[in-house]
Design a protein around this ligand. Structure first.
Ligand code: IMP
Ligand code: MG
Length: 191
């Protein structure tokens, strides 16, 4: 693998590397093998939740050996105000119909579970008569869960720490880190 270039401006904010590019690649390949076995002979459609999951999707889809298509949705994040109303809007909907497809929703991280729950994405796909609806997340933070979300495939379970890199951000930054790192708490005003 090519040597990683230094990127001090953003790396100074990382307290610890949690998962190296090699660890991520190995696990993503394992997920691709499992998914390819489970969906053999079926019409698989990956649905990537923007923006955080796009790097995971790009790597995952290339480890899947059965015919597969993919599409993107974007949802509004739940700020303090939307939390009280319990509404997470779908900002960008599917371009293609999910009808009769076996749908696998691809997320970067399932934390509280509110994004998937409040956006009604899973229910929405079922009502559009997808043949099946499952969830694949790279990271799962089960200790933070507030609402029940079925996670069918996960890459890694992680502790309750704010992580960035490999597509995941803090205020739009750090997505381009090739590894997953723990952000220094002083950056986001955490404990
Ligand atoms: P949930 O709605 O709390 O399950 O969170 C889901 C979304 O919040 C993820 O798709 C991420 O975009 C974001 N998120 C949650 N935890 C983290 C984290 O540790 N780092 C970066 N983004 C996170
Ligand atoms: Mg996300």
């Amino acid at each position: 693998m090519a040597t990683l270039l230094p990127r001090a401006e953003i790396e100074d904010d990382v307290a610890q590397i949690l998962l190296t590019p090699e660890q991520i690649a190995t696990r993503v390949q394992e997920l691709g093998v499992a998914i390819s076995e489970d969906y053999a002979g079926k019409e698989l459609m990956l649905i990537c939740i923007l923006k955080g999951a796009n790097i995971f999707l790009a790597d995952l889809v290339r480890q899947i050996t059965v015919p597969v298509s993919y599409d993107f949705v974007a949802v509004s994040s739940y700020g303090a105000d939307t939390k009280s109303s319990g509404v997470v809007r779908i900002l960008k909907d599917l371009d293609e119909s999910a009808e009769s497809k076996h749908v696998l929703v691809v997320e970067d991280i399932v934390d509280t579970g509110l994004t998937l729950r409040l956006s009604y994405i899973l229910e929405n796909l079922r009502s559009r008569r997808a043949a099946s609806v499952k969830v694949c997340t790279l990271l799962d933070k089960p200790s933070r869960r507030r609402v029940d979300v079925p996670v069918d495939y996960y890459g890694f379970k992680v502790e309750d720490k704010f992580v960035v890199g490999y597509g995941m951000d803090y205020q739009g930054k750090y997505r381009n880190l090739p590894y997953i790192g723990v952000l220094k708490p002083e950056i986001y005003g955490g404990g």
